[in-house]
Design a protein around this ligand. Structure first.
Ligand code: FAD
Length: 320
């Protein structure tokens, strides 16, 4: 009674897996992308590095603060201005720290779930080996954005009605690198007009190369929503134009655009996590409590606690 599959290696899935593994559960994490951290992301290209998802995080609750204290000692996390925490050398660093010693299969997108008397089996579009996928798990945790969790749960006839009310805003992100420092007054600018809502000097974060000048610029929700179906190659020019309006005529020697479909939770489910004790399937993520890294972390921890309460510590039937 202790084999747990966790789908999604963002901060919510890793927080749940970490807590359960530390309680003696046998956890297997399946992640569709190459990296860890989900929207706590770092893009590396041509020797450059950009945190193109979450820019920083805060730790208001004791649970995340306890991790942050040890991450700061190890250099995994540092402050970037007052109260803003960043992973070092990139935003994915806390995810990799949580993942230490866990069994994680990357490049593995779970496509559907099967529930049968022996437990749960998973199906994926590629990797890991068939033995892992054929294994029966005692419980499955969906640590993925709400629309994807609904679709995956539906493959096995399970409905989590609370997920239906969740709404996300998309974000279109411009990453650009310049030969010379830009004439920006601060490390972060939050324009109130035009397409861009956030411009950050990525290289001012601790633990990054200070040269060249790298900029991460997020378009606001309204502009992003209006352009969510625009081909990527047509998004660069209007965003570069908006950036030039803030930084003068500087020409980047490198730029690229990323489109986040489920970027920021606009309407949360308003519950820490979802757990079906009978079927032993649960869901967690930022959609539970709000658009923040810490909300995702807290949701993962809440789901791990709900599972332990209903299945016992390490599957031995005792309550923990
Ligand atoms: P995710 O990080 O989305 O993790 C889900 C994981 O599941 C992903 O790794 C995904 O690849 C994987 N997955 C999905 N489907 C499958 C499948 N079928 N099979 C296997 N794996 C799958 N928060 C802050 O606190 N501060 C900020 O400054 C901030 N800025 C942001 C800026 C942007 C542009 C974005 C996009 C987000 C920002 N956020 C910020 C929000 C924050 O990043 C998220 O709230 C948080 O990282 C969500 O974590 P999660 O684990 O719930 O989901």
């Amino acid at each position: 009674m202790n084999r747990i599959a966790i789908i999604g290696a963002g901060i919510a899935g890793l927080a749940a897996a970490r807590r359960l593994a530390d309680r003696g559960y046998d956890c297997t994490v399946l992640e569709k992308s190459r990296g860890l951290g989900g929207r706590m992301a770092t893009r590396r290209a041509d020797g450059l590095q950009f945190d193109h998802g979450a820019q920083y995080f805060t730790a208001r609750g004791e649970a995340l603060q306890a991790y942050v204290r040890s991450w700061q000692q190890e250099g995994v996390v540092a402050e970037w201005g007052s109260g803003r925490l960043v992973g070092c050398p990139g935003m994915t660093a806390p995810a990799w720290a949580l993942a230490r010693g866990l069994t994680i299969h990357r490049n593995c997108r779970v496509t559907h779930l099967d529930h049968h008397p022996e437990g749960w089996t998973l199906h994926a579009d590629h990797g890991p080996d068939d033995d892992t996928l054929a294994m029966a798990f005692d419980a499955v945790l969906l640590a993925i954005p709400a629309p994807q969790a609904m679709a995956l749960a539906a493959t096995t006839g399970i409905d989590f009605p609370a997920l239906q009310q969740v709404r996300y805003a998309p974000t279109i992100t411009l990453m650009a690198a310049f030969d010379h420092p830009l004439p920006l007054a601060d490390v972060v600018i939050e324009p109130t007009e035009g397409p861009l809502a956030w411009i950050a000097r990525n290289a001012t974060k601790p633990g990054r190369d200070t040269e060249p000048e790298t900029v991460v610029a997020h378009a606001g929700s309204e502009w992003s929503r209006a352009h969510v179906d625009t081909p990527t190659e047509a998004l660069g020019e209007p965003l570069l134009e908006a950036l030039r309006a803030m930084v003068g005529k500087a020409q980047p020697f490198h730029w690229q655009v990323h489109r986040w479909l489920y970027a920021r939770v606009e309407q949360a489910a308003g519950t820490p996590c979802l757990w079906d004790a009978q079927q032993r399937i649960g869901a967690c993520g930022d959609w539970a409590l709000g658009a923040r890294v810490e909300a995702a972390f807290d949701s993962g921890e809440a789901l791990a606690a709900a599972l332990v309460r209903s299945m016992g510590v390490g599957g031995d039937g005792a309550n923990g």
